[in-house]
Design a protein around this ligand. Structure first.
Ligand code: NAD
Ligand code: ZN
Length: 351
């Protein structure tokens, strides 16, 4: 679990105080990895630089890749004589995952693709801080950093991945565009549905999942003020992340990974494209999801897969079906008897 967290509007202003005791010396910088949306914006001027600290702006146009992590690590090692005092990630799931991976790889040998999997990291990461600027993925709280590698999209899952400190400041999300707010927010809602309806569920996951589910209902179907909705979605993301930390995601995430691998579809929208066709697996969740989509008048792209060659659809299905723990969580130990390649391709064709 994340050992330290502060929450509240304006809490970003405490970052200087948080970092000061963690600064090893004036030659060991803090590296701020910041979503490039904030380049030239007010937030940039509030970053508490000292000495030779460095800000690197990161584009979230594509999700993080192992080669991007390795290139950043090489640059940081090349530019400084000392290892950094720490890594600060400021952005959405893309920048948060990248920051976790960079903090790990600055202290571990080899390339990041060697660590995709479970508990392969040998040495602790550098001190790393996560500051989300959009709510939903739960990346701020989870013990994984999802990366696309040459062979697969898979997280670096380890006890060293989790941030040492998180700053939850709802003021940072006010500029998120509406569609993106919905897609990333639905990632949280779908985490809850998959966790709460999964066979891996336990009291720990259930208690966080139910809270996150209720908060999502309030945010997306209630009559909250914009500020209340921002506050509550930030906490829903946190609880949703905690819920899957001790259980697993399910059918939507398995299919969304296939979509992302072949078409590069981003996580939030990919989940939504898939989830709308999963009534068979999550009837109540999909009904609520459709209500939310309608209330906020969100349009999804159409004919995303309808005209793809069969070979692409088959690759997607193979990637999806290779995520065994997700299927086992969703459908139980005998999941092979409930789903096969043909059925998965049929779902993709509806998208
Ligand atoms: P994102 O980080 O890709 O950002 C989406 C868009 O929103 C980008 O264009 C970004 O620039 C913009 N944005 C972010 N904050 C903004 C702000 N305050 N104002 C205006 N624009 C802003 O989106 P995401 O949905 O948060 O993250 C997706 C990534 O998270 C994927 O790579 C996925 O694999 C990963 N993920 C990780 C976990 C985990 O547990 N580690 C869980 C789910 C998803
Ligand atoms: Zn997700």
């Amino acid at each position: 679990m994340v050992p330290r967290v502060i929450y509240g509007r304006g809490s970003f202003g405490q970052l200087a105080d948080i970092l000061l005791p963690k600064r090893r010396n004036s030659e060991a910088p803090f590296i701020f990895l910041v979503d490039d949306f904030f380049e030239g914006k007010e937030l940039e001027s509030r970053i508490p630089w000292l000495f030779n600290d460095l800000t690197i702006f990161i584009s979230a146009a594509e999700e993080p890749k192992t080669e991007q992590v390795d290139a950043l690590v090489a640059k940081i090692k090349n530019d400084f004589d000392e290892l950094p005092s720490g890594i600060i990630g400021i952005g959405g799931g893309t920048v948060l995952d990248l920051s976790k991976a960079v903090a790990i790889m600055l202290n571990n040998k080899g390339g990041s693709e060697e660590y995709q999997g479970w508990d392969l990291v040998q040495k602790p990461a550098l001190f790393h801080v996560g500051i989300p600027t959009i709510s939903g993925t739960g990346a701020e709280v989870s013990r994984t950093a999802v990366l696309s590698g040459p062979e697969r999209k898979l997280g670096i899952n380890s006890d060293y991945t989790t941030f040492d400190q998180v700053v939850l400041d709802p003021d940072l999300v006010v500029t998120v565009p509406k569609d993106q707010w919905f897609f990333t927010g639905m990632d949280c809602f779908i985490h809850c549905v998959e966790s709460l309806n999964g066979t891996y569920l336990n009291a720990f996951s259930q208690s966080y999942g139910e809270k996150a589910f209720d908060l999502c209902e309030e945010v997306f179907l209630g009559d909250l003020s914009p500020k209340e909705a921002e506050d509550k979605l930030m906490m829903a993301s946190w609880h949703g992340g905690m819920s899957i930390a001790y259980s697993q995601v399910g059918v939507a995430h398995a299919l969304s990974y296939g979509l992302s691998y072949v078409l590069g579809t981003k996580h939030g929208i990919g989940n939504c494209l898939v989830f709308q066709h999963l009534e068979e697996f999550y009837p109540e969740g999909v009904t609520l999801f459709k209500k939310m989509k309608e209330k906020h008048q969100i349009e999804f792209p159409k004919n995303v897969c309808a005209n793809l060659p069969n070979s692409d659809l088959e690759t997607m299905a193979q990637i999806a079906l290779s995520m065994e723990p997700l299927w086992e969580n969703a459908l139980g130990k005998d999941w092979h008897q409930c789903i096969d390649q043909e059925k998965v391709v049929a779902i993709y064709k509806k998208i």
